[in-house]
Design a binder for this molecule. Sequence first.
Ligand code: SF4
Ligand code: SF4
Length: 433
Amino acid sequence: MTTLAPETYAKSLDCVHCGLCLDACPTYRATGRETSSPRGRIYLMRGVAEGRAALADLLQEEAFLCLGCRACETACPSGVQYGSLLEDTRTALVDQGLRRSPAARLERALLKHLVPHPRRLRLALSGLALAQRLQLDRLAARVLPARLARLLSAAPRVPPAAERVALPEWLPAEGTSRGVVAVFAGCVMPELFGAVNAATVRVLVRNGYDVWVPRSQGCCGALQAHAGDRETAHQLAAHNVRAFEDRALDAVIVNSAGCGAALREVTHWLGADAQAFADRVRDVCEFLDERGLRAPSQRVAARVCYDDPCHLVHAQRVRDAPRRLLAQIDGLELISHGDAAACCGAAGTYNLTQPEMAGAVLDRKLNALAEADPDWVATGNPGCLMHIAGGLRRRGLRARVVHPIELLDWAYGGDPGGAAGGSPFFSGAAKRP
Ligand code: SF4
Ligand code: SF4
């Protein structure tokens, strides 16, 4: 019989059914169904934990239709730990065999056997890059079954090889050193967002930090945990805690909101032994804002909408820091839009596994962006960058997406030259608006 652990049940009792989270929930807004709301999902969790097994199938559907955006946590006055409840629930449902569709199994297999293995991932993406260059992906999409065709058309464009180079292991600060930081490079970031990683390191160097990029680091485990594979997530997290323990560091810098949230909450998986590591994790914008930004030298004339990644604003509670940094760039006009703190629908692999809801959730944001009409939409998470970019393109909107750290990099002129010690990593020019 399907059940949930006593600790999950205990956490579910924090919900007092007030309903203050409902309007913040994208799936409730899209469906109007109580069972697709935070309160409804917690009710289902409680019901299954109390032995009402008939609710288990509905809980399985709703737990995986949930975006895991955690907007409900921000809205909740009772301190319900919704993210933790959701992860416990998904893990239990997977472990008890309630999520066995071929698509769900394929997702877990790819997240376990492909994504955390750099060589395999590189090989797979190199194949995809070749297919995209030869336009074979479009041909394949026409002959494949609808679901596979949709997956293929949603696949990200793989950047040119010049942007897929590994970060150097060590780069000295420009000018007087203000400290030593480590950079968490991620799993898909080096392959799909190498330019963002490069910009991150350049801006840190420009701001006076010696930068260490541990060679032995790996995937953070967030996507695996979201898919209900907590065992793999724990192994990956433990590996990363070891990879970053060799040096005295001011911070472990992360530029992907989803990874940052997972690394920051790593004690949920590994216990108090990982506390020292978790305490050092900082989002790159948060860190630069805390320490004070060295004045950027270049003008970046652009109208920019900042869009909050859920795992930065709701899971890490970092809202104002990126806006404060962007406001320091000469010529940059920061304009607000009406849906900035709502989920875009990317949610890790959600836009691949739940494309209809992901599209419905994104539509609302695109409406707000169409009204604001920025040159750039700035957001600090790879999934959001890809999902919003795809939506803007399909809608025919002129705005393009960018990570906030790239805007800062442009404001410093991109390549710091001498500080890099002639590293080929720094020879690539930053993309300019
Ligand atoms: S995590 Fe997001 S989608 Fe899920 S219940 Fe909370 S607000 Fe709704
Ligand atoms: S706001 Fe919090 S306590 Fe109120 S219904 Fe939502 S989860 Fe429950």
